[in-house]
Design a binder for this molecule. Structure first.
Ligand code: URP
Ligand code: ZN
Ligand code: ZN
Length: 479
């Protein structure tokens, strides 16, 4: 099976140029002008369009068991929706229950993901600590290609990691050459604020952002970055939603710390007025953590992306339908936390990033695929249009328009947080593993065609970090 993408403008994170792209056996075989292809090759006319690396969404939760229910989007429907929007790879999360062996949870998630239609990988959460977790982290890194471990500072009495767990896990990750990732919200503060707000008789979705004010995120970001600095491990903060947390990242980076930040498309574009909606279902559909923020944070987050202090964009795609959200009808703390977006991320970021001049097309590629591929060590196999890379490609029509709606999206959820948003710039074709899987509005996916992508540990970078950590070790004074 071969595909020739003809007549487009290739955009990578570093440059753009006119070229054809020839794909064969799942790989990009040639990039250059006026390429020839066998008569059997499928031709994709990319005239007037951009040819970019397929999106990598580094933060999704397909069919996540969470808050007493299971996310409505599974690995089949979720990866298909991603392909319809030009996203060709997701990095999802294995989240063991406290006391559940990491390897058991990992096997469970690998089983669920077998129906995926695009490539995928897994971060693994460390939610508790003992010697078995220490051992399983090594197996995951060395045998299973996991190079990132997640820590939830929120969700008390569920998956929240204690400081002790974070300390041990960060040290172990550094030893193994893995990066640590963190959901930074102070879970104790959230829990106490939730009780206070319920006691005041506030039970609706408007209580959700009140229980998670920006300082709750800022405190956790500050503290966990300091943990990482003490231990010397690179850290990646997921879903940075406040100017205060961004300031913590910016400070740490300018002090030489290896700190990365991710921003969600939703946090860039939606503000906290959604929780004031008199329609309970619409307000509850936006209950996710961290919550949507007052408008001033959005401009700061855009500046974070523009300046490079935030490197990646994601969705935290974690869908719950109205019936599931209704579990919290009388108590906002019981509304399953999560919202969607895997299908819409590229279009909304193109429209509000490139379309407004905030981002160049090259910066768009960096923020939607290349930087995630670099940070999670799969570059240039992914995140780059070059000979030898995986043929995961989006042909992007900057002139195409649509209005986003739950009525027409492919996501398996009855709400869309971008409902009614007009976007300009859409995938006309998505190519996954060298096959055209989405063209002119039609999906042609094969259940189970997605592959698990191993991500190797980062030894050269970590060797240098370990040396600098050793230099800081106290030396014993002989008396
Ligand atoms: O509300 C959210 N974000 N749900 C998914 C779990 C998480 O915190 O990422
Ligand atoms: Zn989170
Ligand atoms: Zn998440």
């Amino acid at each position: 099976m071969s595909v020739l993408i003809r007549g487009g403008t290739v955009v990578n994170a570093d440059r753009r140029f006119r070229a054809d792209v020839y794909c064969q056996d799942g790989k990009i075989k040639a990039v250059g002008p006026d390429l020839e292809a066998p008569s059997t090759a499928q031709i994709v006319d990319a005239g007037g369009q951009y040819v970019m690396p397929g999106g990598i969404d580094p933060h999704t939760h397909m069919q996540l068991p969470f808050m007493g229910t299971v996310a409505s989007e599974d690995f089949y429907t979720g990866t298909a929706a991603g392909l319809a929007g030009g996203t060709t790879m997701i990095i999802d999360f294995v989240i063991p229950n406290p006391q559940q062996p990491l390897m058991e949870a990992y096997r469970e998630w690998r089983g669920w993901a077998e129906k995926a239609v695009s490539d995928y990988s897994f971060h693994v959460a460390v939610t508790w600590w003992d010697e078995s977790v220490h051992a399983d982290m090594k197996t995951l890194v060395e045998e299973e290609g996991v190079n990132s471990f997640k820590h939830f500072m929120a969700y008390k009495n569920a998956i929240m990691a204690s400081d002790e767990t974070i300390y041990h896990s960060f040290k172990r990750a550094l030893e193994l050459g893995a990066i640590v990732t963190v959901h930074a919200e102070n879970g104790e503060l959230v829990y106490q604020l939730q009780q206070d707000i319920l006691a005041r008789g506030i039970t609706g979705p408007e209580g959700h952002p009140m229980s998670r004010p920006p300082k709750v995120e800022a405190e956790a970001a500050h503290r966990v970055i300091r943990f990482a600095e003490v231990i010397g491990v690179p850290i990646y903060l997921v879903h940075v939603s406040t100017k205060e947390a961004l300031a913590e990242i910016t400070r740490a980076r300018s002090a030489g710390s290896r700190v990365f930040g991710e921003v969600l498309a939703g946090h860039l574009l939606i503000d906290d007025s959604v929780y004031q909606n008199p329609d309970w279902g619409a307000a509850a559909a936006h209950v996710m953590s961290p919550p949507f923020r007052p408008k001033e944070h959005q401009e700061a987050l855009w500046r974070g992306l523009q300046s490079g202090n935030l490197q990646t964009t994601a969705t935290d795609h974690c869908c719950f339908c109205y019936d599931q959200k209704a579990m919290g009808r009388d108590d906002f703390t019981q509304i399953p936390n999560g919202a969607g977006g895997v299908e819409d991320r590229l279009a909304v970021l193109w429209t509000h990033g490139v379309g407004t001049g905030r981002l160049t097309p090259e910066e768009f590629v960096a923020a939607t695929s290349a930087n995630a591929a670099k940070i999670f060590n799969i570059y240039p196999r992914k995140g780059c249009i070059d000979e030898g890379a995986d043929a995961d490609i989006v042909v992007w029509d900057p002139a195409a328009t649509k209005t986003i709606s739950a009525k027409t999206h492919h996501q398996n959820v009855d709400f869309n947080i971008f409902e009614g948003m007009k976007v300009a710039g859409l995938a006309s074709h998505t190519i996954s593993q060298g096959k055209v899987v989405y063209a002119d509005g039609e999906l042609r996916v094969e259940r189970g065609a997605g592959r698990y992508i191993k991500r190797p540990a980062f030894h050269p970078m970590f060797d240098a970090l370990k040396k600098s950590a050793e230099r800081r070790q106290p030396t014993k004074v002989e008396r």
